[in-house]
Design a protein around this ligand. Structure first.
Ligand code: CAO
Length: 447
C-alpha cells in the first residue's frame, strides 16, 4: 500500500466558507498528479484543487454544495508506490501534517489552479522537497462581466476540447451555471442539426507529420511543465482567436538613462534594481489614460467594450517552469521606486513558484520585456481578455539624424501587439508614439 495523504484546501486568498461547486472524482478513482479533484467558487473566482501526487482516492470528505476554507480536508489519497517520494514531499509541504501509525495519514496542500489566459513564461524550480505547483496564468474571471458564460475551469476545458464556445451554451445549474451535461446536450443538438454551430468557422488544420526522430539520431523525451501545458493552450487560443497586428517604434531614452543611472544607487540601497521597465510601466499608464480603448476588454457578446478605470499592469516573468504574468496593481498610484520594489518581489515570488491566484488576476495591459536578454523586436501574444501588450527589446546606441548630423542616441525598441477588432492601426501608431514620447520627455511623466 502506498502512503496516505490528506489533501487539504490550499491558500485561496482572503476567502472562507467557499462552496464546492463540482466534485470531479469519486472514491476508488485512480488519479494522476495535478488532476483536478474539486472546483471551488468564491464570489470572485473559480478554482480547482489538484491532486498533489498520483494515487487512488480512498476517501472523499466533501460533497457538492459543502463549504470549505483553507486547511479543510477534501480527500485522502493512497499515493502510488512510484509516487511515494513525491508523497513524502507533498506531506512535508503540509503545515499540519499528523503522522499516524500505518497507514500514515498526512496533510498536503496544492495551490488552487484557475483557468489560464496569458501569453507568458515560468517560475524558478521549486525548492528541494517541495511539491508546490505554482498557480498558472489564467482567465481573470473577476475581470469578466457578470453575464459572461458561468462555468468552472473543468467545464471550460471540456468545452474547449470539444471546440464548443460556451457563449452558445445555456447553463442549467443554479444561477445559470453551465455543467458538463449542458455542454454534451449542446454538442448533440449541433450534431443532429437541431442547433446551429453559432455560424463559426472551425479550423480544419491537418495534424503535424508524425516523425520517428530516433531514426535520425539519439533523442530524449522531456515532458512539458504544467505551466507550459496550460499557458500553451491559452497562447494558442489567443493567437488563433485574436487578429494580432504588431506596431514597432523606437524611443530615444538617452536622457532617461542618465536619470535612471543617477538614481540606481537609491534603489540599490533599498535592495532592488531600477531598470527601464518601471519607466515603461509609468509610460504605459499615461498612454492607457490617454487612449482608454487600450484599457478595455471585449465582452462576450463582442458588441461592447468594458472600459476599465483602474491601472493594473501584468509583467511577463520568465521562470524555469514557463511563463507567468503577475499583476502589479494601481500602477498610477505608485512611484518608480515602489514599482521597482514590487516588481522585484513579484518576479522573485514567480521564480520561487509562490504566486497566489490573486497575484495573477485583474490585469489591464501587459508588458513583456526581453530587454535584459537582447533582440530588436518581436511579436508578443495578447493576454486575453486584454486588447494589447507591449513587447520591449534591448536598447542600443544608434545614429539619429537631427537634420544636420548623426548623433549617437540610446534607442529602445517597442513592439505593441493589439487586437485589430478593437483597435485600428492609426490608434496603435499614436499609442506607441505616445509611449515613446513619454519616455523621451520623461521629466514630464508622473514618476
Ligand atoms: N535594454 C537594455 N538593457 C535592459 C533593458 C532594455 N530594454 N531592460 C533591462 N535591461 C537591463 C537591466 O537594466 C539590467 O541591467 P543590470 O544587470 O546592469 O542592472 C539587466 O538588463 C537585467 O534586467 P532584468 O531582466 O533583471 O530586469 P527587468 O526589470 O528588465 O525585467 C523581468 C524583470 C522579471 C520582466 C525579467 O527578468 C524577465 O523575466 N523577462 C522575461 C520576460 C519574458 O520572458 N517575456 C517573453 C514573453 S513571450 O514568451
Amino acid at each position: 500500500m502506498g502512503k496516505r495523504i490528506e489533501i487539504t484546501v490550499p491558500d485561496i486568498g482572503d476567502f472562507g466558507d467557499v462552496p464546492v461547486i463540482e466534485v470531479l472524482v469519486a472514491t476508488g478513482d485512480t488519479v494522476e498528479a495535478e488532476q483536478s479533484l474539486v472546483t471551488l467558487e468564491s464570489d470572485k473566482a473559480t478554482m480547482e484543487v489538484p491532486a498533489p501526487v498520483a494515487g487512488v482516492i480512498v476517501e472523499l470528505r466533501v460533497q457538492l454544495d459543502d463549504t470549505v476554507s483553507e486547511g479543510d480536508v477534501i480527500a485522502v489519497i493512497d499515493a502510488t508506490e512510484a509516487d511515494d517520494a513525491a508523497a513524502d514531499d507533498a506531506a512535508e509541504s503540509g503545515s499540519t501534517a499528523a503522522k499516524q501509525p500505518d497507514p500514515v495519514v498526512e496533510k498536503s496542500s496544492q495551490p488552487a489552479s484557475t483557468p489560464a489566459a496569458a501569453p507568458v513564461t515560468a517560475p524558478a524550480p521549486p525548492a528541494a522537497g517541495s511539491r508546490q505547483s505554482p498557480p498558472v496564468p489564467m482567465d481573470a474571471l473577476i475581470a469578466l462581466p457578470a453575464h459572461s458564460p458561468y462555468a468552472s475551469p473543468a467545464i471550460r476545458r471540456f468545452a474547449r476540447e470539444l471546440g464548443v464556445d460556451l457563449v452558445s451554451v445555456k447553463g442549467s445549474a443554479r444561477g445559470g451555471r453551465i455543467i458538463r451535461e449542458d455542454v454534451t446536450v449542446f454538442v448533440k443538438s449541433v450534431m443532429s442539426g437541431a442547433a446551429p454551430a453559432a455560424g463559426r468557422l472551425a479550423f480544419d488544420l491537418p495534424p503535424p507529420p508524425k516523425v520517428n526522430f530516433s531514426r535520425y539520431g539519439e533523442i530524449e523525451l522531456q515532458a512539458l511543465t504544467r505551466i507550459q501545458k496550460i499557458s500553451g493552450t491559452y497562447l494558442h487560443r489567443n493567437w488563433l482567436s485574436i487578429p494580432h497586428v504588431t506596431q514597432n517604434d523606437l524611443a530615444d531614452i538617452t536622457d532617461m538613462e542618465v536619470f535612471r543611472k543617477a538614481n540606481a544607487d537609491k534603489a540599490k540601497e533599498q535592495g532592488f534594481k531600477l531598470t527601464p521597465l518601471v519607466f515603461l510601466i509609468k509610460a504605459a499608464v499615461a498612454a492607457l489614460k490617454k487612449f482608454p480603448m487600450f484599457n478595455a476588454s471585449l465582452d462576450e457578446t463582442r458588441e461592447n467594450l468594458v472600459l476599465k478605470k483602474f491601472f493594473h499592469i501584468g509583467i511577463a516573468v520568465d521562470t524555469p517552469d514557463g511563463l507567468v504574468v503577475p499583476v502589479i496593481r494601481d500602477c498610477d498610484q505608485k512611484d518608480i521606486f515602489q514599482l521597482a520594489g514590487e516588481l522585484s518581489e513579484m518576479s522573485q515570488k514567480a521564480r520561487d513558484g509562490k504566486l497566489k491566484p490573486t497575484d495573477i488576476q485583474g490585469g489591464c495591459f501587459s508588458i513583456s520585456s526581453l530587454g535584459g536578454i537582447g533582440g530588436t523586436s518581436f511579436t508578443p501574444i495578447i493576454n486575453a481578455p486584454e486588447v494589447a501588450i507591449l513587447g520591449v527589446s534591448r536598447s542600443s546606441i544608434r545614429p539619429l539624424w537631427d537634420g544636420q548630423a548623426f548623433n549617437p542616441r540610446m534607442m529602445l525598441p517597442l513592439s505593441l501587439s493589439y487586437d485589430h477588432r478593437v483597435i485600428d492601426g492609426a490608434s496603435a501608431a499614436r499609442f506607441a508614439r505616445f509611449l515613446a514620447s513619454s519616455l523621451e520627455d520623461f521629466e514630464n511623466m508622473d514618476l
